[in-house]
Design a protein around this ligand. Structure first.
Ligand code: MG
Length: 389
């Protein structure tokens, strides 16, 4: 399977009336971001998954774009049909038109916590089967109900609860969607293969993959999510020399001053410290290893591009920036009047709310190189939440 092109479809076309929410549940917020964005991020962050198509309901384009705005990559939105099956077929046909897809994972947006290990088990099973689904053995006692009374027990041995994503050889599932009759009594994609007598492998599902249906499911999912993310803290430090005849850039804004910082790029010392803090929290090197001063393409570079690079690395790891805190160390200029503009600019560059961005300043009581106004130093701390799935 390692050489196959694997795409993914997220089915997000429902109106979600059982969740008791005003908006369809795939757009409701879970842990601060739309339900849909969680599974999109998980699929997008997985190295085996390429193109992602999202089947949405008519009139949901704007909600979907907003929901996915903070992520990286470009999901393809397809307006689905009247039924789940019609929506999946529309998404499959979009992938067919794009071409070069060998396999596809079909996932329900209402299952937002998608462990990478489940994706890996499905991909591995596709090496030997045309279809594979995650499933969990039923652990509870099962009974028939007779009104409000208990009737007979149901034998639970051999029974499984089926989850998504379901994984398929692309040509096989497309053909099944096109040929199995609508009245065949099939309720999911794997059922279409069974209707054609094509074996489907069971792989181990995950309790995290539970579907959000009722309001209480959201609270349970939020708790589960917090247990699946590890806080990671990175620190950064940088110094640049103050010289005549240069503009002064700090935190992505130009500050009026009689001198500016010298360096290979625009020498925005605060952003450089922050980039190192973000990369440090990821354990992915430092600003110099990604943007070597020896490389002429970074000469005079505007430092905001280093920061958006680090931000995108956090997204690519499925992480979130919880908080950043910068201290600028200088005798002059006064930082106070510019602090809020700096916070606003950093929040915009990092694509996070401004209340997660702190900018502080201090002097060194005229001691040392900052005290003698020979240079400006900055230190930064970044706290990330990274998935441990
Ligand atoms: Mg620097």
């Amino acid at each position: 399977m390692t050489d196959k092109n694997i795409a993914a479809i997220i089915v997000a076309a429902g109106s979600g009336s059982r969740s008791g929410l005003d908006t369809p549940k795939q757009y409701a917020l879970l842990d601060g971001k739309a339900v849909l964005a969680h599974s999109y991020t998980a699929l997008q962050a997985h190295p085996r998954i390429g193109t992602i198509v999202i089947a949405i309901g008519a009139g949901q384009e704007e909600m979907a774009r907003d929901a996915l705005a903070s992520g990286t990559g470009e999901p393809i939105l397809v307006v689905g049909g009247d039924t789940r099956r019609a929506s999946v077929l529309a998404a499959l046909e979009t992938l067919e038109a794009l071409g070069n897809v060998d396999a596809v994972l079909i996932h329900d947006a209402a299952r937002p916590i998608l462990p990478a290990a489940v994706i890996e088990r499905l991909v591995e099973a596709l090496g030997n089967h045309h279809g594979a689904i995650p499933a969990l053995p039923v652990a509870d006692t099962l009974v028939q109900g007779a009104g409000a009374l208990m009737a007979d027990n149901v034998e639970r041995a051999g029974l499984y609860r089926v989850q998504t994503p379901q994984a398929f050889d692309f040509a096989t599932i497309l053909n099944a969607h096109r040929t199995v009759a609508a009245d065949a009594g099939v309720t999911d994609d794997a059922g279409l293969l069974r209707a054609l007598d094509i074996p489907v492998a069971l792989v181990q599902g995950d309790a995290m993959l539970e579907k959000l249906t009722y309001p209480a499911d959201f609270a349970r999912a939020e708790v589960m999510m917090m247990t699946q993310r590890m806080p990671r803290v990175g620190s950064g430090y940088d110094v640049h020399r103050l010289v005549e005849g240069k503009p002064l850039w700090l935190c992505g804004i130009e500050i009026p001053h009689d001198r500016g910082l010298s360096g290979h790029s625009d020498a925005d010392v605060a952003i450089h410290a922050l980039v190192d803090a973000l990369l440090g929290a990821l354990a992915e090197g430092d600003i110099g290893s990604h943007f070597p001063p020896s490389d002429p393409q970074w000469k005079g570079a505007e430092s905001h591009q280093f920061l958006t690079f680090a931000r995108d690395r956090v997204s690519a790891r499925g992480g979130e920036i919880a908080h950043v805190d910068i201290t600028i160390i200088c005798e002059a200029p006064k930082i106070g009047p510019h602090k809020d503009a700096m916070r606003m600019r950093l929040a915009e560059l990092l694509n996070i709310p401004i209340d997660r961005v702190s900018v502080k300043a201090t002097t060194t009581e005229r001691l040392g190189y900052t005290g003698r106004k020979e240079g400006i130093a900055a230190q930064a701390v970044a706290t990330l939440l990274l998935p441990i799935l």
